[in-house]
Every structure is written in structure tokens, then in C-alpha cells.
Ligand binder design. Structure first.
Ligand code: DNO
Length: 390
């Protein structure tokens, strides 16, 4: 697989020169300065592509070409927004970017409650604490009907947490769940607004939208964009839901085997592809990550390599790339055989060494990801060796 790296554009303090030194071959990026609903123009794409090319690298994957919320909830403006999406796809294709990652998670992309869970060795990782998340949902957001989504035991734990949680901890929860994790990937929580209020408004747009309806909306979108992807030779890769279970009472439609099969069977096109995020999938107790890689290998156009460990009470932690439920060595064994030419990126990394002095986006440290890349390269070398000696 091609070794790629998620790079956040010209303002990223991790430079392309640094990435060349650590063996990165291709770049995964987006037009981060644009609001999510705007067309990616040829000029803007070419400018970024040239910048990457001048550093001796190439733009391998667009992640993400964001799907506007209005497309997901089927608002009045969705047809125009889908037209914009098609234009962006064509423009990316003209610049040679033939792999595009997107997701169809309503209102919120990935969810964590702690961005700096300290490990015994002094490094830190990302963590999802079910009770803290539920506390945010029931007590801070005060979502109507939220209590109904939790068990009596969980509600008791929320009440207990309510007795000890500090104002700083509450503010940190808001910041982590709906501001920091969402901000850098084109979210709608604008600066200077009350994030909780803004998020409530966003959730309201999904009232009455159940799993079937959300699937219908995805189908509507894909039926319009896949023919363009076909004509352009662009593979659109849907990213699994992170985590792969419902949150905030919102439907989730990319959580595991049945969901993925449903999407892949919608349209018989190799351009209707999957971004195999081992980390997201591994956070679902129902998922066997290597089995999913094998089952959908034909449709996998891009891979995100990371892993999680499921803990009691619904928590999960992002583990070393060598451990956990992602079983990356097995996933690599499958993908190196079935899809040796697709781009893969190491997803997330611990905060370690000098990372603590840099304000990297959550999950996207430098040393932590470099360390993980070395581990992944090691696994890839072992697998290639196995393949070569067959
Ligand atoms: C977080 C990422 C997500 C992902 C997008 C793909 O670290 O995994 O932001 O890139 O959801 O569309």
C-alpha cells in the first residue's frame, strides 16, 4: 500500500519536507479553509496540488470532501449542494486526485470525551468514556428524550458523576466533544457562538430522521454522484461511523457488516467504495476487523490504520497500532494481498516527546504518528516478505 499522511495544508506546522524525511509517499488533505458547502475550484485545487508537488510529493487522497449537512438531512437546498459536490469531484479529478473520502455521519463526526488520557509511560491517547458522554448528552446538552437512550445503571452513574464533576470538567467536555474534535474537519460550530446552542440547532435538523430515512438520503446522494465518479475514474470511499454505534439518538448507517453491505450493494460500481477505517470499526463489539477487511476487500479504496480496545461499561481507548481490537497485522495481511496499490494512512497517534509543545490537531501528533508509521511499515515488511516467499 502507498504510505500516505494526513496533512492539514500550508498552515500545518508539520511540513512536507518533514514528511519526506520519514518516508511518506502520498498526501491526504483537503481545502480546509473553505466552508463545507462550497465548490472546490480548479484554481484552489491546483494551487495546493502544485505546492505538494514542489515538495516532491503528490496529493493522493482528498479527505474529506465533506457532504453538507443539508444533503444528509435532505434539506431544501440539497440538489444544488449535490451539484456543487459533483463539480468539486470533477475538479479534483482534473488535478489527478482520484481517491475521495467522505462520511455520512449526521451532525457530528468522530466522538471522544478525553483527548489526553495519560498512559503509564507518560504519553497520552484518545479515550471515549460512555458515562461522561452520557452526562454531556443528558445534563449539559439536555437533549429531549436522552435519558431513554441509557440503562437505569448508566443513569445512576450519570447522577453520581453529577455530584463530583467540576465546572472545568464540564467545560472541557463541551470543548472536546463538539468543538476541538469537530473544528478542524469542517464543522459548523462557528467561533464566538455558544457551542451547545449551535449543536442543539444542528441536532434539530435531524428530528424525525431514522435509519431508513438517512439511508434513503445517502442513496439519493450516491445515485447522483457515482455516475460522475464513474466518468472521472474517481473512487468515492465512505468512512465508517466513529464510533460505530448510535450517539445523541441520531441514526448511524455505516457501523458494520450489514450496513456496509447495504451501501456497497446500492450501486454496482467499483467507484462506490469503502474507506476501511480499522480504528472506527474496531470500537464496535459486533465487528471483527480483519473479517470485514476480507469481506469488503474488493471495495476498499483507502485504508486508515489504527486500533482500539473495548473496555467494560462501553468505554474504549485508542491503543498502540500493534495491539487492540483492530488486529492491524491481520488487516495488513489481507490488504497487502488483495489491494496492494491503495493508499493507506496511519490514523491517529499518541502525544509523545516534543508533541506536548505543539498544538497539533487532536489525534494528529507528529512523533506519535511517526512512531506508529514505523510500526506499520514493520508489519508491512513482514507481510511482503511472506508474500514474496510463497
Ligand atoms: C478523525 C477522522 C475523521 C475522518 C472523517 C472522514 O480523526 O477519522 O475526521 O477523517 O470522518 O470523512
Amino acid at each position: 500500500m502507498e504510505k500516505t499522511w494526513r496533512w492539514f495544508g500550508k498552515k500545518d506546522s508539520i511540513t512536507l519536507e518533514m514528511l519526506r524525511q520519514i518516508g511518506v509517499e502520498g498526501i491526504v488533505t483537503a481545502l480546509y479553509d473553505l466552508p463545507p458547502d462550497e465548490v472546490w475550484t480548479e484554481d484552489a485545487i491546483n494551487d495546493l496540488s502544485r505546492f505538494i508537488g514542489n515538495a516532491g510529493l503528490h496529493w493522493s487522497v482528498a479527505e474529506s470532501l465533506p457532504v453538507a449537512e443539508e444533503i444528509k438531512y435532505a434539506g431544501a437546498g440539497r440538489d444544488q449542494l449535490i451539484e456543487n459536490y459533483k463539480t468539486s469531484l470533477i475538479n479534483l479529478s482534473k488535478a489527478g486526485v482520484k481517491t475521495v473520502c467522505y462520511n455520512f455521519m449526521p451532525a457530528i463526526d468522530w466522538v471522544r470525551t478525553d483527548l489526553n488520557r495519560i498512559l503509564p509511560d507518560g504519553t497520552s491517547t484518545l479515550y471515549f468514556d460512555k458515562i461522561r458522554f452520557a452526562y454531556f448528552d443528558c445534563r449539559i446538552l439536555q437533549r429531549e428524550g436522552a435519558e431513554g437512550n441509557y440503562t437505569p445503571e448508566e443513569l445512576e452513574k450519570i447522577a453520581t458523576l453529577g455530584q463530583s464533576i467540576t465546572a472545568e470538567e464540564k467545560a472541557a467536555l463541551i470543548d472536546t466533544i463538539i468543538v476541538k474534535t469537530q473544528g478542524f474537519i469542517h464543522r459548523k460550530i462557528s467561533e464566538g457562538t455558544d457551542p451547545v446552542e449551535e449543536f442543539r440547532k444542528l441536532l434539530q435538523q435531524y428530528q424525525g430522521i431514522d435509519k431508513d430515512q438517512l439511508r434513503e438520503n445517502l442513496k439519493y446522494f450516491l445515485e447522483k454522484v457515482i455516475p460522475v465518479a464513474e466518468a472521472e475514474g474517481v473512487t468515492l470511499c465512505i468512512h465508517p461511523d466513529d464510533p460505530p454505534f448510535p450517539v445523541f439518538g441520531l441514526p448511524r448507517i455505516v457501523t458494520g457488516e450489514t450496513d456496509i453491505a447495504w451501501i456497497m450493494n446500492l450501486l454496482d460500481s467499483k467507484r462506490n467504495g469503502l474507506a476501511f477505517c480499522a480504528g472506527s470499526l474496531s470500537a464496535g463489539a459486533h465487528n471483527d476487523t480483519p473479517l470485514l477487511a476480507l469481506r469488503f476487500a474488493e471495495k476498499i479504496g483507502f485504508a486508515h490504520l489504527r486500533s482500539t480496545e473495548l473496555l467494560p461499561d462501553g468505554d474504549f481507548i485508542e491503543t498502540s497500532h500493534l495491539g487492540g481490537n483492530g488486529k492491524l497485522i491481520e488487516v495488513i495481511r489481507i490488504l497487502e494481498r488483495e489491494k496492494p496499490n491503495i493508499p493507506m494512512r496511519v490514523d491517529h497517534g499518541r502525544v509523545m516527546l516534543d508533541d506536548v509543545h505543539n498544538n497539533h490537531n487532536p489525534g494528529y501528533s507528529f512523533y506519535g504518528r511517526m512512531f506508529a508509521l514505523a510500526q506499520v511499515e514493520g508489519m508491512m515488511a513482514v507481510v511482503r516478505n511472506e508474500i514474496d516467499s510463497e
